[in-house]
Design a protein around this ligand. Structure first.
Ligand code: ATP
Ligand code: MG
Length: 502
């Protein structure tokens, strides 16, 4: 009986399609019930799915982010003032994606890849979904190639590997963005595509970021995705995901990608605002219950793909702002637990002139050590120990007047290492320059000079090495190792240098 019915339906269908040029199609239609601050609550879209794009009567698009029994919550991707209550909504049947191509390099775009730099629209014949399930373990490879930031303190003590997720966390104005941007600057010639996603930043700050990248010719290998504080919360919510989608496009070509999310606190605020409008139950600090998932599904997309599946990697540097250094607040603890380590910046250090203001005691990198080059391991291991002992001693030796020689030596070494890890902004070092400076600190060349002279010493040492020790730099760059021969050459060069500068 059923077979007969199926056959009959098929017959009618073929008759219909063969005799008429009109083909049947289904359209999912709903109505606007409520509209508030960029978020629409609609009825009728019973078969719409999560993440589906909808179109309002005015032509503005929206994105479904909430499904309940009889309503759907939509964030508006455009001017929501054109939408009125009772307007018709069509579900278009596909999920949100962004146009991607190599054309994006050097451009400043909004989260939907519309240009913001006044240049031509992005030419593209491909779309990448904004939300995507992260690759599973089968496709992944462990982190083993370093991503050098050009910042001595980070490359030596908190090394980052390609495919890692390292959080940059600190109070307002402690130099978080500067670290991220310096990392982009130091990727010149390293074959790393950089994506900077500005979320909820002031337009003036974004202008400075773009200006800096342009001035250092770093925009050529970068993409800036901007959803500023003046943009709608919907755009701010989507910005990190679409930056990641752009990253995935470049990764799909087997390239290494660095994505910076500046910053995820503001992203969480945007999501909290959307959730409160959607009347989702508020939890701790008024954030909705799925706030952890908001960031974990984003950061999980950072990975290193196995060469069998095309290779490539996405390294994620999310930035989080703390209040009064409170790392135990909700968003910081969540993101600390998702990432593979954190670089913690402190206002006190920043104000004391120790910049970058990294607290090396509580900053960690859980996987980057595997990716650290041998040369760096040779010089950095001891420095880490020196610094740890220095911190311990410095705390209680403040009240002690007569210290034994051993302690004095330790304190002196620690103070000098702290000085040598200082670095001016927008001045990334090459790997071999870092090694030479840290080698000098490791061999106690700084012990005899006053702390105030360390900066000058460092500058002069670099000048001398560039002038007279080209083969030293060359061999460190090539071998990524300080061979016995190089060590001898370094000793000879620095021996002369110290004598001259005495
Ligand atoms: P916000 O919380 O406002 O985003 P932030 O933590 O991103 O701030 P930055 O904007 O990077 O901080 O830096 C704050 C100020 O400190 C800037 O004026 C920057 O130029 C300066 N600064 C940061 N790092 C250094 C450094 N290593 N040397 C000198 N100045 C620095
Ligand atoms: Mg900043």
């Amino acid at each position: 009986m059923k077979n007969n019915l199926d056959e009959y339906i098929k017959k009618v269908e073929t008759q219909l399609t063969s005799t008429s040029s009109i083909k049947p199609s289904m359209l999912e239609v709903g109505r606007v019930e409520e509209i508030r601050d960029g978020v629409v609550i609609a009825s009728g879209l019973n078969n719409a799915s999560y993440g589906e794009v909808v179109e309002f009567a005015s032509g503005v698009k929206g994105y479904i982010i909430d499904l309940t029994e009889d309503r759907v919550g939509i964030i508006v991707l455009g001017d929501y003032l054109t939408i009125a209550a009772n307007d018709q909504i069509k579900a278009v049947g596909y999920t949100l994606s962004v146009p991607v191509s190599d054309d994006l390099l050097g451009r400043v775009v909004d989260p939907l890849c519309n240009p913001q730099d006044g240049l031509a629209p992005i030419k593209s014949d491909q779309n990448f979904p904004v939300e995507k399930i992260a690759p599973t373990v089968v496709y992944r490879k462990s982190v083993s190639v370093p991503l050098l930031t050009g910042i001595k303190a980070i490359d030596a003590l908190i090394p980052i590997g390609r495919g890692q997720r390292e959080l940059i966390i600190g109070d307002r104005g402690t130099g978080k963005t500067t670290i991220a941007l310096d990392t982009i600057l130091s990727q010149k010639g390293e074959n790393v595509i950089c994506i900077y996603a500005g979320v909820g930043q002031k337009n003036s700050k974004m202008a400075l970021v773009i200006d800096l990248l342009r001035k250092h010719k770093a925009l050529d290998y970068s993409v800036v995705v901007n959803a500023s504080a003046s943009d709608s919360v919907s755009m701010q919510y989507i910005a990190p995901y679409s930056a990641c989608a752009i990253g995935e496009y470049f990764m799909s070509q087997g390239k290494d990608v660095l994505v910076i999310y500046d910053d995820l606190s503001k992203h969480a605020w945007a999501y909290r605002q959307i959730s409160l409008i959607l009347r989702r139950p508020a939890g701790r600090e008024a954030y909705p219950g799925d706030i952890f998932y908001l960031h974990s599904r984003l950061l999980e997309r950072a990975c290193r793909i196995d060469d069998k599946y095309g290779g490539g990697s996405i390294t994620a540097l999310p930035i989080v702002e703390t209040l009064e250094g409170d790392m135990s607040a909700y968003i910081p603890t969540n993101i600390i637990s998702i990432t593979d380590g954190q670089i913690f910046l402190e206002t006190d250090l920043f104000n004391a002139g120790i910049r970058p203001a990294i607290n090396v005691g509580i900053s960690v990198s859980r996987v980057g050590g595997n990716a650290q080059a041998k040369a760096m391991k040779q010089v950095a291991g001891k420095l880490k120990l020196d610094l740890a002992q220095y911190r311990e001693m410095a705390a209680f030796s403040q009240f002690e007047s007569d210290l034994d020689e051993e302690t004095k030596k330790l304190l002196n070494r620690g103070a000098k290492v702290t000085q040598v890890l200082k670095q001016d902004k927008n001045n990334p070092y090459t790997f071999e320059e870092e090694i030479v400076i840290l080698w000098a600190a490791y061999h106690g060349l700084l012990d005899t000079i006053p702390a105030t002279e360390v900066e000058v010493f460092e500058k002069k040492l670099l000048e001398t090495v560039h002038l007279r020790g080209k083969e030293i730099l060359e061999s460190i760059r090539k071998e990524k190792n300080i061979s016995a021969e190089t060590e001898k050459k370094l000793e000879a060069l620095t021996g002369d240098f110290v004598l001259i500068n005495k």
